[in-house]
Design a protein around this ligand. Structure first.
Ligand code: SAM
Length: 310
């Protein structure tokens, strides 16, 4: 299930812009491309769902509204980015069965198992993208309610389908940007989890609902103000609750100052402690590997922080 957490004044802008993007994407897809039908089907489903949301929330899809969104966030609403991320997150579960990305996701899970005390009633995963961590946490914590939040409508559609339905979902591996078309389609089975759900949220403008365990990876570095984002995370975690945080930090010197606040392990610790966490664990080094193709990989270093809310 997907719910909408956007504030009323932001909903118009959101649904109008997402629908217009999907319509343009359909028009731009070349029918000669072997996978265009699959992407068009996703975009068409997105448009149908947006129309349903618009009717439910009484959104007028002919009017522009207000919203605050960064270029980085916009990038992740594109279908190519959603597919890249989905394949990266789920490649182990497709016929391809590549485990390149497993280090990050399994570390998140093992940190929760190591540090979180008791059974969390509510787990929130802000910036979940196509839902991989929601899947992991909902499978392990069967009695918890796990909610993934993201701005990308297409990513949430994919996430909801893979995590919550029993349907097969086709994913494209990354190489859609390549001049030679070496893209390929892979199938992943649905997991039918009833304790998982998803929400449309803008982490710049929306509050994060209260939770006992919050897991956030590779998302805060995209937001325009790191300090504001960490404060938002801290406000959501209940007393004695746990934050499991991972990000690629201090790696882009071309970003504005507020976006470089998390620039070292020490600054990450300082920021979380400033907003009421007791540090439980802090380390870096797990590789975040993005595959460009079978021959070419880009590798970044993950920085992890685990804290308990005082
Ligand atoms: C690099 S991906 C990481 C996804 C996932 N956490 C992981 O580690 O695989 C960043 C995610 O943050 C989401 N995002 C970016 N800006 C956002 C915003 N302002 N509000 C909500 N989600 C946002 C993107 O749509 C994308 O799914």
């Amino acid at each position: 299930m997907i719910t909408c957490f956007l504030k009323e004044k932001e909903r118009n802008q959101y649904f109008v812009s997402q629908k217009s993007y999907l319509q343009k994407a359909i028009a731009a897809l070349d029918d000669f491309w072997i996978h265009s039908g699959m992407i068009k089907a996703w975009c068409t489903e997105g448009i149908e769902q947006i129309d349903k949301f618009a009717a439910l929330h009484r959104v007028n899809l002919t009017e522009w509204g207000e919203g605050e969104i960064s270029e980085k966030t916009k990038k992740y609403t594109q279908w190519a980015e959603t597919m890249r991320l989905a394949f990266f997150q789920y490649s182990r579960f497709t016929e391809k069965k590549y485990a390149r990305s497993e280090a990050l996701y399994s570390t998140l899970v093992s940190l929760a198992a190591t540090w979180h005390q008791g059974m969390p009633e509510k787990i929130i995963i802000p910036g979940c993208g196509p839902g991989r961590s929601v899947l992991d946490f909902a499978r392990i914590y069967k009695n918890s309610q796990v909610e993934g939040l993201d701005y990308s409508f297409l990513a949430l559609l994919l996430a909801d389908r893979i995590v919550c339905s029993d349907k097969r979902t086709a994913l494209l591996r990354r190489d859609v940007y390549s001049e030679d078309d070496i893209s390929a389609k892979y199938l992943v089975e649905g997991f039918s989890l009833s304790n998982a759900e998803f929400g449309i949220s803008n982490l710049i403008t929306c509050e994060i609902p209260e939770c006992d365990l919050l897991v956030c990876s590779n998302t805060v570095n995209l937001l325009p103000n790191h300090e504001a984002a960490v404060r938002k995370i801290a406000d959501a975690v209940r007393s004695d609750g746990t934050v499991i945080f991972a990000d690629l930090i201090g790696w882009r010197l071309d970003r504005p100052q507020a976006q470089r606040r998390l620039n070292s392990d020490a600054s990450m610790k300082e920021l979380f402690e400033m907003f009421g966490f007791q540090t439980l664990d802090l380390f870096s080094g797990v590789p975040y590997i993005e595959a460009e193709s079978d021959d070419q990989e880009t590798c970044y270093k993950e920085h992890f922080y685990v804290g308990r809310k005082r």
